[in-house]
Design a protein around this ligand. Structure first.
Ligand code: NAP
Length: 284
């Protein structure tokens, strides 16, 4: 069995490569420099040559704020790049995992979003990812759409690394306390994806670490575990911090499809964060 991973230079791609390196799968990893998913001919050439049994498509344009102005590029990568991949997967009969986002929801529901809930993205990034979902669903029947949220891992810039950098630099920390979601550790997500592709239980899955918190509570926990709890964290409302892209205020995901299809839920977000610090962050 051969697995091809896109976006291997990103934080999820990095942990996917680590997880699959410990299996008997033959693994082929591709960074943006090696394969630009927006370049259809390049995607066709590489996938036809590699002929993977499964493609895990973790590449994406992920700058949520810049996507408001670089909208064409966001669509080129997230929507049309995914279409390019889906078309070749269909042609070669490969399974396709498309990693999507909680930002396909508008955040107004007030309780956790199930897979079948109505999507209504509030920003260009979310709209481009949602169109990617539609392309994958309508092009390649052997698809898994995995929506996740608030990712962090040992590679790349994320909320955890930004909080630590600011705290260590002695910068004031002002964090919004009215946006709620579920922080998710990329290693846990990668392990779930490994389990998923061993099945043919296709469809949409919500996969995030269990539990929920505000951005402010997430930051407090990061500082507590990093033994920086003495650093002052100031909670503020989102309207104090106007950003180019509107974020959903509540994007907690319910894991209905995981439970229905017999998968174990991911551990709770505090345990995952603790593990990340104690075992991984220190060692990497
Ligand atoms: N990060 C989150 O909080 C979050 C939340 C929900 C869902 N997701 C989804 O989870 C997946 C993984 O996200 P992540 O956090 O690992 O993102 P990431 O660290 O930004 O990784 C994405 C990777 O895709 C690459 N990429 C960008 N444009 C590309 C192109 N045209 N062709 C090929 N590769 C390209 C990026 O390269 P460069 O860095 O060089 O541009 C980067 O290495 C994405 O589908 C994302 O939409 C992320």
């Amino acid at each position: 069995m051969k697995i091809l991973i896109t976006g291997a230079g990103g934080q999820l791609g990095y942990d996917l490569a680590r997880v699959f390196a410990t299996t008997n799968y033959e693994v082929s990893t591709w960074t943006k420099e090696q394969m630009d998913v927006g370049n259809e001919q390049q995607v066709i050439d590489i996938l036809l040559r590699e002929r993977p049994d499964t493609v895990i498509h973790a590449a994406a344009y992920t700058n949520v704020d810049k996507a408001e102005t670089e909208t064409v590029l966001a669509y080129q990568v997230n929507a049309f790049g995914s279409l390019h991949i889906a078309k070749v997967c269909k042609k070669i009969g490969a399974k396709l995992v498309y990693v999507s986002t909680d930002y396909v929801f508008d955040g107004t529901k007030g309780s956790p979003y199930a897979e079948e809930d109505t999507t209504n993205p509030s920003n260009a990034y979310g709209r481009s990812k949602l169109l990617g979902e539609k392309f994958v669903q309508t092009t390649c029947s052997k698809h898994f759409i995995v929506r996740t949220s608030w990712l962090y891992g040992s590679k790349g810039n994320n909320f955890v690394t930004k909080i630590l950098e600011k705290a260590q630099a002695g910068e004031p920390l002002t964090i919004v306390d009215d946006q709620f979601g579920s922080p998710t550790y990329t290693l846990d997500l990668a392990i779930f994806i490994r389990e998923l592709i061993e099945t043919d239980r296709y469809g949409i899955y919500h996969a995030s670490n269990q539990g929920m918190c505000s951005r402010h509570a997430f930051a407090c926990e990061i500082l507590r575990i990093a033994q920086l709890a003495h650093i002052k964290l100031c909670p503020v409302h989102s309207d104090v911090f106007p950003l180019p892209a509107i974020r959903p205020m509540y994007s907690v995901l319910e894991h209905k499809a995981m439970v229905k299809n017999g998968f174990s839920p991911l551990r709770d977000w505090k345990s995952a964060l603790h593990y990340f610090f104690q075992v991984v962050y220190a060692a990497d």
